[in-house]
Design a protein. Structure first.
Lengths: 129, 791
């Protein structure tokens, strides 16, 4: 009954920390994929409420994965957040122009992650005032 | 306490918000049904205040939708119409109560308080800390004789501190509990309220440091200098996530530390090659990527400095061509620094790990040796413990944190009557706290030297749950505690009630829901079978007289299907003559409740029945020696994993492990020692794997582990860290040969084989055989190792 988030990250340890953090704090359901290809397959099949996508991955990197997700009518409506090292505002603008919903900077603070994600996705603005 | 208001009328919403904020609740608002649903689904609230007439999804439908998704928090309906029919529709949809508009603020608040009390049966009436006293039912705070006049935020802050009196609360945590997400101010607001609170406490005569600042961490109540309380620290409030998270993340770190250190070594080697100008470009890019991910992962695990170092290294690897002499020197320095920075465990992992979700066992005993043994042994079984020496301090202790089980040595009480009285008092808490009684047999009582029936009766009459005869081993005590804890979990059970009378159904719901049971109701017996299959209840309550189909017929239908043959069934009946009772039991009914329903009787019968069933089920599912699943139960669970995995295209990792040379241990040191080793291994397995993994003993010294959604390379890593831990585990053994007796430390290892669905097989049998074959190879290769299928 809660939100479902797909995490795409090739590093298993980061995957697990994100999973623990989102499950414990926000109670969301978390599914994981360890490569861009895997992420696309799971996004099509599971239709998550949002995707958290690591930029730096071997083979199909985050941006290429994002473009494929955008090109596919089955996944283009799913909001995507990029996991990336701290970036310049100009870069963020560029990502936003491409259709990325927002970014989460690495390293992140596990206690704050759920709130950051919810904020970036606009899930906190429902019906308030 | 966080409340969600779903109300489209702006002035009403604003008024509600103001009233509730005034009562120090954190309030969030949604102005239509869809927004309300989205918020309720995304975040957790303690109560929802729901208007009946709303745009897009109306209140009653929203309520029904939330209930159909097993959303169990209290819902209070706001209705404009004061008609019996409307109220009935609302209550049938699953609302807990309603208030008619225009509402009286005082009545509204009282109803909210009543619902919140019901939702949280474990809150104790009055919170005390030395002379400080806070009564949540009246919102009154006193220090000694003096009454404190607090603002709502100060009050909420003090309540939070009192409810978590043994821990330090960070500013962030206080913000999270006292304010809603949107209106959360900065940390300076917390400081301001703390200051205000301290000022008022001081005026009332309290010491200035009653609310203590712990620099760099947060605030807490200054510990009382009471020698009557045990020094065993209690961590409190299982609801709070922080410690759970830290523990979980520390566990992840433990599993990946070796991996990450290896990556650092790799970076180190590449750095040396780069300085020597023998690093190829692809290798340099690879090292750069490695440094980049290290910066991310180290920071996430709490190594802020290490993360920065990795970032600096990444920059140096980015340079084209050869490094300047200065850069080269710096690079070598940085990589050496980095490997040193991760020698210590990460800051978050080095914190004491309170594991506040462990159940709390409160021990009242004078026997210090026994208590000390219990403390250590309980820790092994993942229980927290606290010792109180006398009945005087027991209530104080309970007020601070409610224990899950109390162990009461009757010899500690000043007299037998006093002891029994205390047991009865503990039963008066809502819900009652289970008490395990230890008693010494009366000398004259019986020839067998055991506890007399009278002693057993006395304890049972005063409400004691279990009685054990002294002397008793630590293990026996903890087994009994385990059993009581298992019973405690009935409160997550589902009950399906079938009656054509909606009023009876509403009554059943309101009687059973406060006990944490999820109650589903059905007023049309024709739809019984579909509902049964869809809801899979843990207990059935059937009315005996219904139009077209009787309860007895329904019971027979259930009993005719082998899948439901063990489902407990209770019958509601107005007639309890011998013939009827006979007929009812002959049909396979387990118990009956007479109509008109007497609330406490119904609750007791329902809970008892669920506990008995769970107890029997546990016997059928758990291996008594190692307390992991038995083969029968785990086969069901593993097949369920495979079924889900097929549906969701997930991997499942199946591992088989076998203790090395175990037969020799049995032969040399005896089977009791062998059992002890198996027992320890069972505990180690429980600690090492996740709750949703399947852990089972399939026979002898062979264990099977199933991990859903896990690939075999990860599975192998988990097993390797388990093996690592087992290697260092010492089993103390008293060993005697012809000349002397001595205690020796036994070490054991295991061999393991890992297979993965679907790569290595598509059914349990094939996967087991594959893993077992790999296990055989591991054994042939010299034991003490884990091998993976297909490598």
């Amino acid at each position: 009954m809660s939100k479902c988030i797909l995490i795409v990250d090739d590093e298993a340890c980061i995957q697990e920390v994100i999973q623990i953090s989102l499950e414990t704090i926000a109670g969301w359901e978390v599914i994981t994929a360890s490569s861009g290809e895997d992420g696309i397959t799971k996004a099509i099949r599971e239709q998550p409420d949002a995707i958290l996508l690591d930029v730096m991955m071997p083979y199909l990197d985050g941006l290429a994965t994002f473009r494929r997700l955008q090109a596919d009518p089955k996944t283009q409506q799913i909001p995507v957040l990029l996991l990336t090292a701290k970036i310049q505002t100009s870069e963020l603008q560029q990502y936003k122009k491409m259709g990325v919903k927002g970014t989460i900077s690495k390293p992140f603070e596990p206690m704050q992650l759920a709130q950051e994600v919810a904020k970036a996705l606009g899930w906190l603005q429902y019906g308030n005032h | 306490m966080r409340i969600l208001i779903v109300e489209d009328d702006e002035p009403t919403a604003a008024a509600l918000s103001e009233i509730l904020t005034e009562q120090s609740y954190a309030v969030e608002r949604a102005s239509d049904g869809a927004a309300g649903l989205a918020l309720a689904e995304a975040f957790s609230y303690d109560l929802i205040l729901l208007d009946v007439i709303l745009p897009n999804i109306d209140g009653v439908s929203l309520c029904r939708k939330l209930r159909s998704q097993h959303y169990s928090i209290p819902i209070l309906l706001l209705t404009g119409r004061d008609s019996g029919h409307d109220k009935a529709v609302g209550l049938d949809a699953g609302a807990d109560d309603y208030v008619v508009k225009p509402f009286d603020p005082e009545e509204l608040c009282a109803r909210i308080r009543a619902l919140l009390r019901r939702g949280k049966p474990d809150t104790q009436p009055v919170l005390e800390w030395g002379k400080l006293r806070l009564d949540p039912s009246t919102c009154e705070v006193t220090y000694g004789e003096h009454k404190l006049l607090l603002t709502p935020k100060e009050y909420a802050l003090l309540e939070l501190l009192l409810r978590n009196s043994r821990r330090v609360l960070s500013c962030g945590l206080i913000l999270e509990h006292l304010w809603s997400f949107e209106d959360a101010p900065g940390e300076e607001a917390v400081r301001t309220h703390i200051k205000g609170l301290r000022q008022k406490l001081k005026t009332a005569g309290a010491p200035t440091d009653l609310v203590e600042t712990v620099y760099g961490i947060g605030y807490r109540l200054n510990p009382l200098n009471s020698s009557s309380l045990s020094t065993q620290s209690i961590q409190s409030s299982a609801q709070l996530h922080q410690q759970t998270m830290q523990t979980a993340i520390a566990n992840v770190w433990d599993r990946y530390a070796a991996n990450i250190r290896q990556q650092i070594q790799q970076v180190e080697q590449s750095a040396q090659l780069l300085v020597d100008q023998t690093l190829s470009l692809p290798e340099q890019q690879q090292a750069e990527r490695l440094a980049h991910s290290l910066a991310g992962s180290l920071g996430t695990f709490g190594y802020a400095v290490g993360s920065q170092t990795a970032r600096d290294i990444e920059h140096l690897f980015q340079s084209n061509g050869s490094l300047s002499e200065l850069d080269a020197k710096q690079l070598i320095e940085l990589v050496t620094t980095l490997s040193h920075q991760v020698i210590l465990p990460p800051p978050s992992a080095s914190l004491p790990q309170p594991q506040c979700e462990w159940p709390l066992l409160l021990i009242m005993s004078n026997d210090q040796t026994e208590s000390a043994q219990l403390l250590t042994e309980a820790q092994h079984r993942q229980m927290r413990t606290s010792v109180v020496p006398s009945s005087a301090s027991i209530h104080q202790q309970i007020a601070q944190q409610r224990p899950d089980v109390i162990l009461l040595d009757l010899d500690t009480a000043t007299s037998l009557d006093n002891g029994l009285q205390l047991v009865a008092q503990l039963q008066a808490y809502q819900p009652p706290i289970p008490v395990l009684v230890l008693a010494t047999p009366e000398h004259h009582s019986s020839t067998s030297g055991g506890l007399s029936l009278r002693q057993r009766l006395d304890v049972a009459r005063s409400g004691g749950r279990t009685i054990l005869q002294k002397p008793v081993s630590t293990e026996q005590i903890l087994n009994a505690v385990d059993q009581i804890l298992q019973q405690g979990t009935v409160t997550t059970s589902k009950v399906l009630a079938v009656d054509d009378d909606c009023q009876v159904l509403a009554m059943l719901r309101s009687l059973l829901t406060p006990w944490g049971l999820s109650v589903m109701t059905l007023d049309q017996p024709q739809q019984f079978w579909e509902t049964l299959e869809a809801t899979e209840p843990d207990l059935l309550i059937l009315d005996i007289e219904m139009p077209t189909i009787s309860g007895i017929e329904l019971c027979q239908v259930v009993r005719n299907d082998p899948r439901w043959s063990s489902l407990p069934i209770m019958i509601l009946t107005a007639h309890t003559d011998a013939a009827m009772v006979n007929q009812v039991f002959a049909a396979g009914v387990d118990d009956f409740v007479s109509k008109p329903i007497v609330g406490p009787e119904l609750v007791t019968r329902t809970i008892n029945r669920l506990e008995r069933t769970r107890f029997l089920k546990q016997w059928a599912e758990v291996d008594p020696l190692t307390r992991v699943s038995n083969r029968h139960k785990s086969t069901q669970d593993l097949n369920q994993f495979l079924y889900l995995a097929k549906q969701h295209n997930q991997p499942v990792c199946i591992a088989v492990i076998d203790l090395d040379n175990f037969k020799q241990i049995n032969d040399r040191y005896g089977h009791a020692t062998g059992d002890r080793v198996l027992q320890d291994v069972g505990q180690l397995l429980h600690r090492s794997f996740r709750n949703d993994d399947v852990i089972a003993r399939w026979g002898g010294e062979e264990f099977v582990i199933g991990m859903y959604g896990i690939q075999k390379r990860v599975g192998v890593k988990r097993l390797e860290s388990l093996l690592q831990e087992l290697r260092h585990h010492e089993f103390p053994i008293a060993h005697c040969d012809s000349t002397a007796c001595q205690t020796i430390q036994l070490h054991i290892t295991f061999s393991g084989g890992v297979a993965e669905y679907p790569d290595d097989g598509d059914n349990l049998h094939a996967l087991y055989q594959c893993a077992d074959a790999v296990l055989y190879q591991a054994r042939a290769a010299g034991r003490d190792r884990v091998l993976c299928a297909g490598y």
